[in-house]
Design a protein around this ligand. Structure first.
Ligand SMILES: Cc1cc2nc3c(=O)[nH]c(=O)nc-3n(C[C@H](O)[C@H](O)[C@H](O)COP(=O)(O)OP(=O)(O)OC[C@H]3O[C@@H](n4cnc5c(N)ncnc54)[C@H](O)[C@@H]3O)c2cc1C
Length: 461
């Protein structure tokens, strides 16, 4: 470590006690990567603030010393967003984990950014409330990370994504200013909606330290069903038929053949391993409506070619059926040493064709790809099962990904439906957005962070 860095570390230790400043090589290793395969870089230091004021002081110090800052929640990101830059300062917010208030009068919840997503819904459940966004990582991801990535989840079709629940937040700007954007008001049109620019900005515009979330009354009933298909086309037709019947289920998820086989190997749920697609369907709300919608959805699945449709008798069996989808990533991750979880979204009408396209790409490049995802949202997760040490195979994956992304853009889709751009997708961003929108986005970054202090090299080159 050179002299300036040593002085910088010393100054950090004047802001925070030494046990909240990590600098040794062995301490820094766990903060050198996130959930994205094959991306790592050692930071210069990692700090754990407890308050927004401490975050602000660290940012001001970094700014004076021109040290880049990478904000980190739990590091579960899948686009390399919290992968450090060499020698940067990582500000990790996991110790800012106070759930401040559940406001039953205003149906809001206030929490520090390091609170784990599931704890937010658990706190709501205790008083009959509901926080719907449920990313697959909700047992470990932080709410700050969710806001920074605008994360989605399995209930997105009916309930939307994180953005739909963010009413306001406290944020530290790149010059260290501490400010609050938004409030508890249901309506607010006072000036530009600045908070919306920060949601999904992947730690490039500010560090969110506290959030106010909208919460809902908890649905009184829920019904879970599984439908099994011999053709992906039939699964996609069922989704269109359900939507056309004016039913918006909370969940319409799917697994392809490769993923079903891996899940059955891993979780032994009793699934047939010769199906082409498995669809997990869930409806929630008033008990009478739930029963009626569930019956309709099962009938539509059968009418559209489902080989078998199962309905859970109760919550416990529902959780068992849903485990097929919830276990998809873990099941695929056991197969080979490296798992590259991709994230493209296409208009719903293009779903079946896109799954077939991914299948063909896998065959052409002799790759193992399991695809699962949010069928109701058109959001697919083609997952490459590989070994990052096999450079030849990694080149084939690059070529396959390029083809999948090209096709996604060609059919009017997006290169990321929920995992963000980060490092992993930044080469594709301009291709999707076009010069005009790309430059508009970049001008916002330049205006808010002229020094390029926060998460440089992410989203943009
Ligand atoms: C098994 C698994 C399943 C997943 N399932 C889903 C899913 O269903 N849906 C989905 O959308 N994602 C999913 N993800 C991706 C990931 O969990 C989400 O992106 C999550 O929101 C990241 O939260 P985190 O706390 O881990 O943030 P990190 O990974 O630490 O950071 C993510 C990004 O946000 C920035 N950031 C973090 N905290 C803050 C803050 N307080 N202020 C400003 N910037 C910040 C970071 O700089 C980085 O750019 C999954 C990941 C895994 C490993």
């Amino acid at each position: 470590m050179n002299k300036i860095e040593a002085r910088f570390i010393q100054s950090l230790k004047e802001i925070l006690p030494p046990d909240r400043v990590l600098t040794s090589d062995e301490d820094l290793v766990p903060y050198s990567f996130d959930g994205t395969a094959a991306l790592k870089q050692r930071p210069g230091a990692v700090v754990f603030p407890l308050t927004a004021e401490e975050v602000s002081e660290c940012v001001q110090l970094a700014r004076r010393n021109n040290v880049p800052v990478v904000t980190r929640g739990s590091g579960t990101g899948l686009s390399g967003g919290s992968v450090p830059l060499e020698g940067c300062l990582v500000i990790c917010l996991v110790k800012m984990d106070k759930l401040i208030e559940v406001d039953e009068k205003n149906l809001t919840l206030r929490a520090q950014s390091g609170v784990i997503t599931k704890e937010i819904d658990d706190a709501c459940a205790k008083v009959g409330l509901f926080y719907p966004p449920d990313p697959g990582s909700m047992k470990i991801s932080t709410i700050g990370g969710n806001v920074a990535e605008n994360s989605g989840g399995l209930r997105g079709l009916k309930y939307g994504v994180t953005r739909d629940y963010v009413m306001g937040f406290e944020v530290v700007l790149p010059d260290g200013t501490l400010t609050f954007l938004g409030n508890k008001c249901v309506k607010d049109v006072a000036g530009y909606s600045m908070k919306d620019i920060f949601i999904g900005s992947e730690g490039t515009l500010g560090i969110i330290t506290e959030v106010i979330l909208k919460v809902l009354p908890r649905p009184k009933a829920r019904k879970t069903m599984l439908a099994l298909y011999d053709s992906m086309e039939d699964a996609a037709k069922t989704i269109s038929a359900i939507i056309a019947a004016k039913i918006i289920p909370c969940t319409l998820e799917f697994l392809d053949r490769v993923t079903v086989q891996c899940v059955e190997d891993y979780a032994k749920i009793g699934l047939p391993t010769d199906v082409e697609a498995l669809v997990l369907m869930e409806t929630d709300g008033h008990p009478v409506v739930v029963e009626e919608e569930a019956a309709q959805m099962m009938a539509l699945a059968k009418a559209n070619g489902a080989r078998d449709v199962r309905a859970a008798a109760d919550e416990a069996e529902g959780a068992r059926l849903a485990a097929a989808r919830r276990n998809a990533f873990s099941a695929l991750a056991r197969v080979r040493p490296t798992t590259i979880l991709e994230d493209v979204t296409v208009p719903r009408s293009e779903l079946a064709a896109m799954v077939a396209f991914i299948d063909a790409v896998a065959k052409k490049h002799k790759l193992q790809i399991g695809t699962f995802g949010h069928l109701g949202d058109g959001n697919l997760h083609p997952t490459f099962l590989t070994n990052e040490r096999d450079h030849e195979e990694m080149h084939r994956i690059e070529a396959a990904l390029e083809e999948i992304v090209e096709e996604t853009i060609r059919v009017g889709g997006t290169v990321t439906g929920e995992h963000g751009v980060g490092l992993a997708k930044k080469n594709f961003l301009k291709r999707q957005l076009g010069e005009g929108s790309y430059e508009l986005m970049r001008s916002i970054k330049k205006a808010l962070d002229p020094q390029g202090l926060l998460n440089p090299g992410k989203i943009f080159d």
